[in-house]
Design a protein around this ligand. Sequence first.
Ligand code: D5M
Ligand code: FE
Ligand code: ZN
Length: 517
Amino acid sequence: MPLETPARIVRALVSRGYNAEREAVTLIAGSDDPGNTLARVVETVPDDALRITADHVREVLASAPAADPSGTASQSAAASDPSVSGAVSGDSTTHAGQNTPSEAKGSPTGRNTDQSVRSLDIANDMTGQSTGTGEYDDFVKVFRDRYAKLSKMLRGRVNHRPTKALSNMSGGEDAELIGLVDDVRSTKSGHWIIDLEDTTGTFPCLVMKDKGIASYVDDLLLDECIAVEGTLSGDGGILFVDSMHFPDVPRSYRPNTADRHVQAALISDVHVGSQEFMADAWNRFAEWLHTEEAEHIEYLLIAGDMVEGVGIYPNQDEELDVIDIYDQYEVFSEHLKSVPGDIDIVMIPGNHDAVRLAEPQPGFDDELRDIMSVHDAQITSNPSMVTLEGVKILMYHGVSLDEVIAELPSEKASYDEPHKAMYQLLKKRHVAPQFGGHTRLAPEELDYLVMEDVPDIFHTGHVHKLGWGKYHNVLAVNSGCWQAQTDFQKSVNIDPDSGYAPIVDLDTLNMTVRKFS
Ligand code: D5M
Ligand code: FE
Ligand code: ZN
């Protein structure tokens, strides 16, 4: 493995028992042959030293015969700009032995770099698992799976009778039903009819406008799963609904927390390649991650839209700074390099990224992974459940939020309070309930978009608005963006929250937000 990234250099030094100043790591990474430089630094460091200083690395570099004049130039660039690190293939023989016992557990900032106390697991990554052919049958399968998973959550609360059996019951009987919302319409007199569908058919359910539950009708999205209880009409043809249930998160849900004080930064929507990408804010953020204040941040989650992409929206090319999609990922990768190498990164794609648009979106392909390999980031599908030290974080880019915000009354979901739209998804236990609108769904055998497990943290982006709050003790965070207002956003009055980094304490689920713009 080449030794070109700060992460690997820190690891190599730590495994040899050394701490290092940040600048020392940057200097090694920026040298012509980082592997060789590291070996010479370690060889010549005083016996009693625990910490590699930048001065020491400079001495080593100065004592070496310069390979060519440009080498010196890149070293000084590296010293002043942490985002510049030499892309040099290292000498694997100098890569530190894995079994060298290590006592030093620090990074230049004092950040814990002991991988044995960190833990990062990813569940339901569907990259490479796609089975869909786009045929009608696949849509049937994915909806069957959705119904199976969501109706199971509601079975304990109602005694479901299949719609087919309801059709054969006589009028006046009590009945309970679990179904996917197939249609919602109002009657002439202002009552509501909801058609619910299960695996045996569809049944009409009537909600009277003056019942308390009528307010729930406003929240319904097509294709979500609900349960109703009520009484059959005299002719047995319709169910008068008395109560309605959602799969939901139990009110008493007790979230998991980490056993030590450790933090994660939750960001999204970097949009590198756009003229509005805020490089200065990003650099300040990356710089800050190197400081003591950020020493507890050991994880960075990026919830999609790494780059601006090409051809995503009409006339978007007029606002591009980097025209070629691969070049955009190259530049993104450069920006990733300025993040301290001892922070673990997880990334999922968004609607601007170069993967299929239909959800679930598989993680980036090998070519893009290769371009973004600098930081050994974990790349997974959108959505994915990422568990950090026991804390389950559901990462989802958030395209369905546009729809939730468009469909629901503004007090329940709005761009100013994106976390409230997230509450609705938690209540429906599905990240993108409505099929056929804005959000494109890929037909798969399984519905990867169902929230089978309750997350402890729900992390989305996409709407470029910062917002967070707790829903039944689950922390919902929408992370803002790193892109200033675009012409389109100006035209529709979207005022983005750009250049903020939400930071979560994984031991308490407390949130703080840092502004870098
Ligand atoms: O979208 C950021 C937000 O802005 C999201 O709420 C969609 C909306 N948006 C941005 N550009 C457009 C266009 N051209 N049409 C419709 N909606 C748009 P993101 O996709 O993350 O850039
Ligand atoms: Fe975005
Ligand atoms: Zn987006």
